[in-house]
Design a protein around this ligand. Sequence first.
Ligand code: V47
Ligand code: SF4
Length: 376
Amino acid sequence: MPEDKTTPDVSEIAFSADISVQNLPEPLAAAATGTRLTLEQAQKLAETASVHDLGRAGLEARRTRHGMNAYYVRNVHLNYTNVCINACRFCAFSKRPGDEGAYALNVEEAIKLVDTPAARGVDEVHIVGGLNPDYPFSFYEDLLKAAKDQFPDAAVKAFTAVEVAHLADTHSLSEEAVLERLMKAGLDMLPGGGAEVFSPALRARLCPEKVSGERWLGVHEKAHKLGLPTNATLLFGHIETWADRLDHMAAIRDLQDKTGGFKCFILLPYQPANNPLGGAGVDGVDYLRTMSLSRLFLDNVPHLKAYWVYAGIKAAQMALHAGADDMDGTLIEERIGHAAGANTPKGLTVSDLEHAITAAGFTPVRRSAQFETLDG
Ligand code: V47
Ligand code: SF4
């Protein structure tokens, strides 16, 4: 068969000498090769550096860590309830009790929802929900145990720091006690949701009922001390400034210096539909520049996720060239981003994901929830 010349070898283009760190202005060249950026330097880069320069530096920083690998996970998302006592202004997922479309699954119903042929053999079960005060504490333990029974080979990554704090408050327990009981029931990892943006002034406008950024960080610190790895997120592209984004990342970097417990940082581009906040959402160039700056600034967080559900598959492919090394997973049925207008599929097959990664010029690598490499 003659060689297909219509499809260029992306990896050769992407990694040619022209786009190496040579001739990058400082402090980008130094950051690309491992020198820590100060907040002031990062702010200046955010204001002045081009998407191309940031991208070259971000790509170099991700290549140093992960070479040509781009990770994905076979996973399933399970949202056990959308009933929530909070009303975050960006959220299109939550409902008040009794509202049309409000649901609160019991353990059997929740497990039935993910008992599908597509979910067989997943390596990660991601479970989150609204803050629903009607569940007894035993529900969370039973849900973890049932998820472990249903998916014995999978890691269970469940309950954001916001849910953990809610459980502590509503059941008069310390956050440590909540985490310890959940770990005993099968919790392997905390997801990174609920961090939003840490600025108190912004939280007062975006999510006034939500726990503070300080408390979110405190729950993650306690989890790390108990040996529970976690992820971190930033919701961006709404009303925040670059200074807000960087302050948020600085708080994550500081905690990571102390504990080393964060596995992955995930940029969540704001989805603007069906919520009271509205707005335009994130454009592609802003997404790529923010990805590169995250890779450079968060020098101590090993993985950076291009979450295809919120970014779109094409932007996520480009993000692999801007600093990201992970595409998240198959998901099967995502609800939070889709409620807010994400126009991506609700799930992808392994072959879709591997194709997206390969077409972008990278090597697909199947991983566990905690980023260990898995076979095939
Ligand atoms: O906690 C809510 C955010 C999060 C909107 O840890 C919104 O591996 C954008 O955290 N636009 C859920 N974001 C998603 C999440 C996540 C996803 C994949 C992997 C991991 C991980 C974590 O999405 C929520 C909230 O912070 N969110 N509404 C919105 N309109
Ligand atoms: Fe509730 Fe979470 Fe939605 Fe806020 S983002 S309203 S805490 S479900």
